[in-house]
Every structure is written in C-alpha cells, then in structure tokens.
Write a protein that binds this ligand. Structure first.
Ligand SMILES: NC(=O)c1ccc[n+]([C@@H]2O[C@H](COP(=O)([O-])OP(=O)(O)OC[C@H]3O[C@@H](n4cnc5c(N)ncnc54)[C@H](O)[C@@H]3O)[C@@H](O)[C@H]2O)c1
Length: 381
C-alpha cells in the first residue's frame, strides 16, 4: 500500500478523544519518559526523541500513542495500513504523524527519524484469522517484522519493543503460570503463534553479534502480551472475546462461549499493558529479554460473560458452541514476576474495573463502532 503522507488529522473521528485521556497533555513532571522508572532505568535516554509506533492505529497501539503523548513525546510517527486499525482511534494532536503504509515496505517511507524508539505492534490479528489466511499472516507478522527490524537497525534505533504473544512460544502444554523461560514448543497451534515466535527469533538475531563484528547489535525487548482488553478494541469475527461479548450484550444478543466456560485466560487492561511497553523501552536491563505482560490472575470465561452482562445491564443469554479446533489451551495465566522485578511493573486495574471503563467507552463510541463493524447479526449465534 502506498503512503499518502502523514494524514492523521484528516482521518480523525469527531468523538474519538472523549473519555480516552492523554490527548495533547503537557509533559508531566512525573512522566516515566521524563524520569527514570526503576533503579535499572537509564536516565540518559533522551525523553523527547523520535518514537515510531507500527500498528499505532490499532487497539493497543492507539492507547500507547496516547500514553506517549501524555508522557511528553515530541513526535510520534505511526505506520499502519488501517487493516484492522482506525484513524479515529488516534488523538487529534499535531505531534502524531499517521502514515498509511505497509510495514513490509517501511524503508520506502524514507521517514526522517533520528535514533528512534520503535514499538512494533503492527500485526495480522490473530489466531483464527491466521488459520483462515496463513499467507497474509506471514506477510505482516513474518516479513513485516523482519522489515521493521532491518529498517530499525539502519536507523540506529535505540530499542525495538516487539509485541509478541503469551499464546505463542511455549505452546498449549504449559502447566501453571507461563514463565518466560518455558521451553520453546515445536507444536504451536496456529500460523499466528508460529509467526509471533518467528518475530522473537528475528529479534534475538538482530540483538546478537551474529550479524557481524562491524554491525551494532540492535537492542530489542520481546513483550509477550496475554489477553489485552479495554477501550480502543472494536468487536469483529477475528477479535478478542471481550469486545464481542460487550457489543452483543449491548444489543441483548446471546453471548457465545466457544467451549465449556471453564476455560481461563489472563485478561490484562490495555493501559496496564501499555505501561509495561513504555517501561520496557526505558529499562536497559530489559534489552535482550522476553517479558510477560499480563496480570498473573486467571478469569473463567463464564465469569467474564456474567460480568459483562451485569456491566451492560443486559438481558443477553449465554449459549455454548464447540471449542475451535486449534484452541487447546484450557487455562492460561502469565507469570509476571519478571515484569515486576525488571520493569517495576504491576498491573493496577482489575477485570471488573476495566470492564466498566470498556463498556463506558463502547457507549460513548457506539455510533462509530456500528459504522465500522455493523450491528451483530441476530442469526449468528
Ligand atoms: N490484543 C491482544 O490481546 C494481543 C495479545 C497478544 C499479542 N498481541 C499483539 O499486540 C499487537 C497489537 O494488537 P492489537 O490488539 O492492538 O491488534 P490490532 O489489530 O488492533 O492492531 C494491529 C494494527 O496493525 C495494523 N496493520 C496490520 N497489518 C499491517 C501492515 N502490514 N503494515 C502496517 N500496519 C498493519 C492494523 O491496521 C492495526 O491497526 C499485535 O502485534 C498483536 O499480535 C495482542
């Protein structure tokens, strides 16, 4: 896809900023970008340098952009095809530059950036989508990640923070809370898990000296996200369970559980996850590491469904469908001790609190969400 030049403002939705916070805020003296976060953080990282966020118009990326602006970033360059992202999720702020462009081809943008911090979140999302479209998955998550790392190395990037996935790497046979040093599985369940793992391999290679003695290793942090939820994520066939539950609950339609409802996941509120990303960029002790970003708490899907119905004051019934063929993980939970020890990161928002915020965001943006994804089909339970 070709780039039409920076065009964030022309794509802005009139209601995009309501209730989202962080837009155009002046630098806060307590900002993590302006002061060290933990004893291991390096205050010599210049707080006002260039920041590039690939996938910055997506669910998590758009919240990261808001956080970076609130922290006083001088300029945030977003590279996003808007395939699953939306320009209206971005704040209306002159410091944000949106380039509608494929990361596979990031070098052709000729971005004028100096030793940027790069957050690489652009992705073909997620498991079922990759089962249905494995080549598109490889294009963005495989080739795209290689292209971003190659470009970042050429720009002498200070660090690349890579969005990996807690469902990848260790596969589904991991008992208990998943640690970062769990053995790497050769039996992953979806192309998405395979290409997220591939991205990690590329990160470690670019961070090593194996590219040659004359080449500076590129610092990378591999952040393994567990199930993110919160404002900014729209519902859809390939999206996570929470936005789909909320959207259906707001229409009093059945909430469809694929499985028994006893399955658990580690749901992390998006702004907590974003805090882990920002800390990762500014903590040299994290460079070269994989770090889980979750909560360490399990939530049963049946409990989640009931909580969503309550939060939406909905009359939706709960119905069941067979678990998807690739979905073998009955339980999933992050071990977050490394994030706490290395980053000083501790998630602050409970699932119940996060649901309230998310439902409020859905109500505020109901018209924009309906315009983007339509209303749920009553027949599709
Ligand atoms: N949401 C989760 O629960 C979760 C869990 C684990 C990992 N992750 C990872 O976190 C990152 C962000 O996830 P998200 O939930 O915000 O997803 P998202 O789909 O909302 O965001 C991805 C963004 O990438 C953009 N994009 C897609 N293909 C592109 C391409 N070729 N070039 C440039 N941009 C492209 C999309 O338009 C979108 O804005 C992804 O890398 C995802 O794999 C998310």
């Amino acid at each position: 896809m070709s780039d039409a030049g920076p065009r964030c403002r022309s794509h802005r939705h009139p209601t995009a900023d309501a209730g989202a916070g962080g837009t155009g805020a002046p630098p806060s003296p307590a900002s993590p970008l302006l002061s060290p976060l933990a004893s291991s953080a390096d205050a010599s990282l210049h707080p006002l340098g260039d920041v590039v966020v690939t996938g910055g118009a997506g669910a998590i990326g758009s919240r990261l952009v808001r956080r970076l602006l609130a922290d006083g970033a001088r300029r945030v360059v977003v590279v996003d095809t808007l395939t699953s992202g939306h320009a209206w999720l971005l704040p209306d702020d002159p410091r944000v530059e949106l380039h509608v462009h494929d990361v596979v081809d990031i070098a052709s943008l000729a971005l004028s950036v100096h030793e940027p911090i790069v957050f690489h979140l652009a992705a073909f999302f997620a498991n079922q989508n990759s089962v249905d479209h494995p080549f598109a998955d490889l294009h963005t998550n495989g080739h795209g990640t290689l292209a971003v790392l190659h470009w970042a190395a050429a720009q002498q990037a200070r660090v690349v923070v890579y969005a990996s996935a807690g469902c990848s790497i260790a596969g589904h046979d991991t008992p208990g809370a998943i640690r970062e040093d769990a053995p790497v599985s050769l039996h992953l369940d979806t192309p998405y898990q395979i290409t997220k793992a591939l991205g990690e391999f590329y990160c470690t290679w670019f961070g090593s000296s194996a590219r040659g003695a004359h080449v500076r290793p590129l610092p990378t942090v591999r952040c393994r996200f567990f199930n993110s939820f919160g404002p900014g994520e729209l519902p859809g066939a390939y999206r996570n369970v929470i936005p789909n539950f909320i959207w259906r609950a707001l229409h009093d339609l059945p909430l469809v559980i694929t499985g028994t409802g006893e399955e658990t996941r580690d749901f992390v509120y998006v702004d907590d996850l974003v805090d882990g990303l920002v800390r990762s960029a500014h903590t040299p002790a994290a460079y070269g590491e994989a770090i889980n970003l979750g909560t360490g708490r399990e939530t049963r899907v049946i409990d989640l469904a009931r909580d969503v119905i309550a939060a939406c004051a909905s009359n939706s019934p709960i119905v069941y469908a067979p678990r998807r063929a690739w979905d073998h993980a009955a339980r999933r939970q992050a071990d977050v001790s490394k994030a706490r020890a290395v980053l000083g990161h501790a998630p602050a928002v409970t699932v119940a609190e996060g649901l309230q915020e998310t439902v409020a965001w859905f109500r505020t943006h109901r018209a924009a969400i309906a315009a983007a994804v339509g209303v749920p089909d009553r027949a599709s339970t």
